[in-house]
Design a protein around this ligand. Structure first.
Ligand code: UDP
Length: 238
């Protein structure tokens, strides 16, 4: 299989179908723009399984995604897209860079969800960008940006409600979007949705169960991720 791209946590391979791509979830984890690295046995499988369950749920709720089908332990088949070079961050509760940037206390509930856009550029350290920056950099057309933000709000509503049922608080998360091949007219949700890209706290105790376990050396990452997966599966079955 021909490798198309290798990122920090995933690999993309060509398939026989020109408009389908195999996405493999790695066990590697990085933080602080790659400065901190480690590998966790089983992380790829857990993140793949969670992404599949969440993508299926979003598709059922009318959110178009790149997901096509499950493909073995660590991989899925997705539609080929050109990734929009923007990271959309949705926030419900103050944490991470929002606490640092604003001085608001971690854990404070936001009056309404905050949408942020970051320029996906490792060399620049993924800076926060405004709509005008996005226009000037040609990262997305205004109509595409509007679609992306509207989709982000919808995804936030669906996931907040669902994780709530699973006894988890969705603090914030990152989404990426892509333009569907071959004509690149349609924007769909792409990348992954997993504890690598979402902050999830235990609804009862506030304990962190996501990648902050690794970022902040708070405890065993796989224990947190496995518990999230079990709760998600139980919530789906109930
Ligand atoms: N996030 C991500 N990839 C990134 C940056 C952030 O998945 O490159 C996610 C992160 O897991 C969190 C949310 O986006 O759920 C907001 O992250 P924040 O801006 O607070 O940055 P951090 O504190 O992770 O540096």
């Amino acid at each position: 299989m021909k490798l198309i791209y290798e990122g920090k946590a995933k690999r993309l391979y060509e398939t026989e179908e020109p408009n389908e791509v195999l996405m493999e979830f790695k066990d590697d984890a990085t933080a602080f723009n790659g400065a901190k690295k480690a590998s966790f046995a089983d992380k790829g499988r857990i993140n793949k399984t969670l992404s599949v369950l969440l993508y299926e749920m979003l598709e059922n709720e009318g959110v178009p995604t790149h997901f096509l089908r499950d493909h073995g332990e660590n991989s899925i088949i997705v539609r080929r897209v050109e990734i929009v070079q923007i990271e959309l961050v949705m926030r419900n509760i103050v944490a991470g860079s929002l606490a640092k940037r604003t001085g608001l206390p971690e854990g404070q509930k936001l009056r309404q969800p905050i949408i942020e856009t970051y320029y996906k550029d490792d060399q620049l350290g993924d800076p926060l960008v405004t709509d005008e920056h996005i226009r000037e950099l040609n990262l997305a057309r205004p109509d595409e940006l509007e679609k992306i933000k509207r989709s982000g709000l919808k995804v936030n509503n669906i996931l907040t409600r669902f994780f709530g049922k699973a006894g988890l608080t969705l603090v914030d998360f990152k989404l990426e979007y892509g333009r569907l091949f071959p004509n690149k007219h349609n924007i769909v949700l792409a990348d992954e949705i997993s504890p690598d890209t979402c902050r999830l706290w235990d609804a009862a105790t506030g304990a962190k169960m996501d990648k902050d376990l690794f970022r902040q050396d708070l405890g065993d990452l796989i224990t947190g991720y496995s518990e999230i997966l079990t709760r998600v599966q139980n919530a789906l079955a109930s």
